[in-house]
Design a protein around this ligand. Structure first.
Ligand code: FES
Length: 66
């Protein structure tokens, strides 16, 4: 069974979608994710968790190192 965790409920953005954008599209920071998905543009509650997922996926470190 595959579980989908929604990070942004307002726009239906899952953790899988964020990881996919990082790993397959090469997005490296929260601004790019917001632009692509509208994440955080309504209530904004999801931004903190989205940043944690970015860190987990290695995107933040990558972006800060460059
Ligand atoms: S949960 Fe993402 S903007 Fe509301």
């Amino acid at each position: 069974m595959v579980f989908i965790m929604y990070v942004c409920l307002c726009h239906g953005v899952s953790d899988k979608k964020i990881k996919q954008l990082v790993l397959e599209e090469g997005l490296t920071d929260i601004k790019q994710i917001k632009k692509c998905t509208a994440l955080g543009s309504q209530c904004g509650k999801c931004v903190k968790m989205a940043k944690e997922i970015l860190t987990e996926t290695g995107a933040i470190e990558y972006s800060e190192a460059s």
